[in-house]
Design a protein around this ligand. Structure first.
Ligand code: GDP
Ligand code: IMO
Ligand code: MG
Length: 425
């Protein structure tokens, strides 16, 4: 059984937690896009683990974890994270692999990310994580990127010099500090030896696993509404976090995928800039932020919060072909007397969008159309059996499923591993 798991909203839906849950029945976990802009949290007992580049499956001994060709990987972020994983007591040798085709995020990509963001006028800022993601993907698509396999080449350090000099031209034009090529050479020299043991042809490795009928789990980072093609462009990330990205970012065929799981919060959050139709600026939004601990796992920024948006849910279901939903954070809504679901966006002339518009200016003129349902006003985080959920919580979930399509596979009622209900997968 090969499973692709994707985020349905603007990220931070609880993908890390659900990946951890599904790793139990998988042999290999693969990251296929994004980079250390991701922050995937797994809570086990009283320990909280946050992973940025390393697949969340690493917390299960013996499972193989792969960084696929679609990822942009900052070697320093990775080395720091690998050290941390080892300090937590997990063995990496022989089970952690990096694609030689993955792109590297270099120091100059990070510098460019910050410099480009700094010169964007108010209203045009993206609110990036500053991890160099956009410039690294721009280099990939522009065909001047640096791949992991390049560290094996005898001219690797000359490549570093050439790229620093080219990046300096851009940094200068942005009014940012330039980098010293020889300093970069010194910085990257020891990195080669540290990375080498993990670098391999992961396409071959994945196909060997497919041939041996092993189960592969594809761990999406970011989410549908942050997708470079399908998200709220230009307020998006620079990769395809949607299900198709699992193929292009790992080297497996669409025909190898057996099921797609979408992870979706039972309300909505967004971190960074960009449109968010159901955003709340009142006490309800603040209550969601406090109860949900809605502060970025990568940057610590407070997340913007709002009601559940079924237009987005339906859009994500269609684009990704979501078979099963992992619905998360039900418990965060436990105290609300009324819960709301957005079913459309109403324009001033009365027209209602029921699919997500590409024109963000048109969207900005709209008001969300809400359905109101009674809340359940009792605690759900101790519940281990779906049947025991309060009736109003079931009604809320069922109405959402009716609006977005797909079946309920997993329900999460708290941050910890045990607070995960297997429904239908
Ligand atoms: P990811 O990026 O999709 O992996 O999600 P993050 O880890 O960035 O953010 C999700 C946050 O919600 C983390 O702090 C999780 O520990 C927490 N979380 C996940 N599922 C639940 C849940 O059902 N209830 C509550 N209260 N917290 C949850
Ligand atoms: P996970 O995997 C939430 C957002 C940033 C910014 C935009 C572009 O934890 O769900 P980037 O640094 O990628 O160029 O920033 O995308 N963003 C995320 N928001 N969760 C994430 O990852 C995100 N990764 C990027 O806040 O708005
Ligand atoms: Mg996150």
């Amino acid at each position: 059984m090969n499973t692709v798991l994707v985020g349905a909203q603007w990220g931070d839906e609880g993908k890390g937690k659900v990946i951890d849950f599904l790793t139990e029945e998988s042999d290999v976990v693969v990251r296929f896009q994004g980079g250390s802009n991701a922050g995937h949290t797994v809570v086990v007992g009283d320990k909280k683990y946050v992973l940025h580049l390393v697949p969340s499956g690493i917390l299960h001994d013996g499972k193989h974890c792969v960084i696929g060709n679609g990822v942009v990987m900052d070697p320093f972020d990775l080395m720091r994270e690998l050290e941390q994983v080892e300090s937590w007591g997990f063995e990496l040798k022989g089970r952690f692999h990096i694609s030689e085709r993955a792109q590297m995020v270099m120091q100059w990509h990070r510098a460019l990310d910050k410099a480009e963001e700094a010169v964007r006028p108010e209203g045009e800022k993206i609110g990036t994580t500053g991890r160099g993601i956009g410039p690294a993907y721009a280099a990939k698509v522009g065909r001047y990127g640096m791949r992991v396999g390049d560290i094996l080449k005898p001219n690797f350090l000359d490549l570093v010099r050439k790229q620093v000099n080219e990046a300096n031209i851009k940094l200068r034009s942005l009014g940012a500090l330039e980098l010293d090529a020889e300093e970069m050479v010194k910085l990257y020299t020891p990195m080669v030896a540290a990375l080498l043991p993990y670098v391999t042809d992961t396409i071959q490795l994945l196909h060997q696993n497919l041939d041996a009928k092993k189960s592969i789990l594809f761990e999406g980072a970011q989410a549908t509404m942050l997708d470079i093609d399908f998200g709220t462009y230009p307020f998006v990330t620079s990769s395809n976090p949607t299900a198709g990205g699992a193929c292009t970012g790992s080297g497996i065929s669409p025909r190898a995928i057996d099921r797609v799981i979408g992870v979706m919060k039972l309300y909505t959050t967004r971190v960074g800039e960009g449109p968010f139709p159901t955003e709340l600026f009142d006490a309800d939004g603040e209550l969601m932020r406090q109860r949900g601990g809605e502060f970025g796992a990568t940057t610590g920024r407070p997340r913007r919060c709002g009601w559940f948006d079924a237009v987005i849910g339906r859009y994500a279901q269609r684009i990704n072909g979501i078979d099963y939903w992992a619905l998360t954070k039900l418990d965060v809504l436990d105290t609300f007397p009324v819960v709301k679901i957005c079913t459309g966006y109403k324009r001033k002339d009365g027209f209602v969008y029921t699919t997500f518009p590409s024109d963000l200016d048109a969207l900005a003129q709209c008001e969300p159309v809400y359905e109101e349902l009674p809340g359940w006003q009792c605690e759900t985080s101790h519940i281990t059996d779906y049947a025991e959920l309060p009736e109003n919580a079931k009604k809320y979930i069922n109405r959402i499923l009716e609006l977005v399509g797909g079946q309920l596979g997993v329900l999460s009622v708290g941050p910890a591993r045990e607070t995960t209900l297997r429904i239908n997968i």
